[in-house]
Design a protein around this ligand. Structure first.
Ligand code: PAF
Length: 272
């Protein structure tokens, strides 16, 4: 992959990169579109990265379908797919980790203590392998997006990070490879996450600024669903993920919630 990237650069082609863990859906493909619009050549990677899964998480069960993925990526004009195996990415001597302090501790980092260290380490490696001019990530993983932007700035990567909007199913559920885990009833219940975020938007449009009132309403709506178990509902600053008490300026409202065994995240950014 490094040789291919060097060759593309010699040919003065700009490289767009979409890192994924595979089980490609329309959300990933929308990132490919953004990359194609912003670069000459798009490279995707598929790597279910073991270091970002904690003990008891779904590393082994994570859905995989490489043949289908290849077909979908090719159809959407993704020119190269980097698809390494675990040994190629992590040799038995592997020792180096990339950790973005503070930002990795909040929100999802509270329950998933080593998750973001795994993400930043693998993304740093992927950037050094693919050498992209631009890299596209999804807004669904809002905290990941903020952390990667910080890493890119702090470590002087010569890569522009583009964050692309969340792509949703018709009923509002954010697209995710993990949606396949949902049983029928859970799938129906899971739409409450987006409905509660939409309700939040209406509340803010109607002048509500107090975060406790907003969080209480989201909690009330999600708790009304039998299969839902809330992990967190938070309103935070978009730069440093610090909690806010009042909606002022730009605020990220983020929700993490279990339906059955699987954990789902979603968010909106509001500006007042
Ligand atoms: O968002 C993902 O799919 C993963 O966290 C990423 C960025 C590909 C790193 O493994």
């Amino acid at each position: 992959m490094q040789k291919i990237s060097d060759e593309l650069r010699r040919e003065k082609k700009t490289i767009g990169f979409v890192p994924t863990m595979g089980y490609i859906h329309e959300g990933h493909l929308s990132l490919i579109d953004v990359s194609n619009r912003n670069s000459d050549i798009t490279v995707a990677s598929i790597f279910v990265n073991p270091t970002q899964f904690g003990a008891g998480e779904d590393y082994r069960e994570y859905p995989r379908d490489i043949e289908m993925d290849k077909m979908l990526l090719k159809k959407r004009r993704c020119s190269f797919l980097f698809y390494p195996d675990v040994d190629a990415m992590y040799s038995k001597y592997f020792k180096t980790e990339v950790y973005v302090k503070d930002l990795s501790r909040f929100l999802c980092g509270i329950r998933r203590k080593t998750h973001f260290k795994g993400v930043t380490t693998v993304v740093a490696k992927l950037f050094n392998i693919v050498k992209p001019d631009i890299a596209v990530f999804g807004q669904k993983d809002a905290q990941q997006a903020i952390i990667i932007k910080r890493m890119v700035e702090d470590l002087n990567y010569n890569t522009k990070v583009i964050i692309a909007p969340i792509i949703r199913e018709k009923d509002g559920l954010a697209m995710s490879s993990r949606n396949v885990y949902l049983a029928k009833g859970e799938r129906k219940d899971a739409t409450v996450i987006y409905n509660s975020l939409k309700e939040t938007e209406h509340m803010i449009e109607n002048g509500v600024r107090n975060v406790s009132i907003i969080v209480r309403r989201i909690r009330e709506m999600i708790s009304s669903k039998k299969s839902a178990r809330i992990d967190y509902i938070k309103a935070v600053e978009t730069k440093d993920l610090k909690p806010v008490n009042e909606i002022k300026g730009e605020v990220l409202i983020a929700v993490a919630c279990y339906f059955g065994k699987a954990r789902f995240i979603d968010n909106i950014i509001v500006k007042v």
